[in-house]
Design a protein around this ligand. Structure first.
Ligand SMILES: C[S@@+](CC[C@H](N)C(=O)[O-])C[C@H]1O[C@@H](n2cnc3c(N)ncnc32)[C@H](O)[C@@H]1O
Length: 278
């Protein structure tokens, strides 16, 4: 995983770690995997995937599948879904959620999306909900897209969706803190203090999280997580798709099929590609 260990942590968080008041925790591991479902909101993208992938059982590979937010509803719709993720803790969350009646339709794969080799070939490969942001280095994005093209069936489709940086994200050059609370169940939840800063030249959002895990309304653990997200441009993704032997067949500006416009302020982009005909 491209974990951005080079980005400095905020001094306040370094101090908490030095004092032993908080533990260092990688993104999508440990507490960050436990809280993932509590902080995720919405299924708009899932509805798009359910509409886009026709009803016959399709072979689907989801890269960075996490705890199965997209993979499980697709399996429920009758598809065979390979759920590939490099985090064992996210896989644990997935296994806990997959109902036994779907266990033969969800195939967990613990692997790195930058370089994977599977026997199966797929009608759809999905890189959903900003998961491309985790590929911080250009080489990682290139390797990932090459692996995708090696696993598509001749008529298969590669679908990826991500957000463009909004004006407010881009203006956050100095950095700012934001506090949020997420309830998971009675007496159980998370308080998250997020520091974020956007660097225009590197198209990088630098993130530091301080997470308080709450059990029975008491703090049961404090964790500091450094993270970063790379915001690609549509043109860059198109070039990477082409250099991996594919071509873009559709670009949408939203899950309801809105036309894509470069001039908007942020917003969703959905790109669909196929293998370039020989
Ligand atoms: C934003 S979450 C998306 C989870 C899920 N697709 C969803 O929409 O809810 C990104 C996921 O990508 C995984 N991930 C990040 N880098 C990865 C890599 N290099 N290889 C495989 N999985 C990776 C993380 O572990 C995490 O589960």
């Amino acid at each position: 995983m491209d974990v951005n260990v080079d980005e400095p942590l905020q001094p306040e968080l370094v101090k908490l770690l030095a004092l032993g008041c908080a533990h260092l925790q990688r993104d999508y591991h440990g507490v960050n995997a436990r809280l993932y479902d509590a902080v995720q909101g919405g299924l708009r993208d899932v509805e798009y995937y359910l509409r886009t992938i026709p009803s016959a059982p399709a072979m689907v590979l989801e890269l960075g599948s996490g705890t199965g937010r997209i993979a499980i509803p697709l399996a429920e719709a009758g598809h065979i879904v390979y759920a590939l993720d490099s985090s064992p803790d996210m896989h644990r969350g997935l296994r806990d959620k997959v109902p036994s009646r779907l266990s033969n339709r969800v195939v967990p794969v613990e692997a790195d999306m930058r370089d994977f080799v599977l026997e199966a070939r797929f009608d759809y490969v999905i890189l959903g909900l900003n998961t491309v942001f985790a590929l911080l280095a250009e080489g990682s994005r290139r390797d990932c897209f090459r692996s995708v093209s090696r696993h598509l069936k001749p008529k298969g489709r590669f679908v990826l969706d991500f957000m463009l940086p909004s004006a407010s994200l881009k203006s956050n050059r100095e950095g700012s803190y934001e506090l949020s609370m997420h309830q998971e169940g009675p007496g159980r939840g998370y308080v998250i203090l997020t520091f974020s800063r956007y660097e225009e030249e590197r198209r990088l959002s630098v993130l530091n999280f301080l997470t308080l895990e709450m059990v029975d309304n008491r703090i049961s653990g404090a964790f500091v997580t450094p993270a970063a997200e790379y915001y690609p441009t549509v043109n860059e993704i198109r070039l990477l798709i082409e250099s991996a032997g594919m071509e873009v067949v559709e670009i949408l500006g939203g899950y309801e099929g809105q036309p894509f416009s470069e001039t908007g302020d942020g917003g969703d982009v959905i790109m669909v590609a196929r293998l370039r005909p020989r």
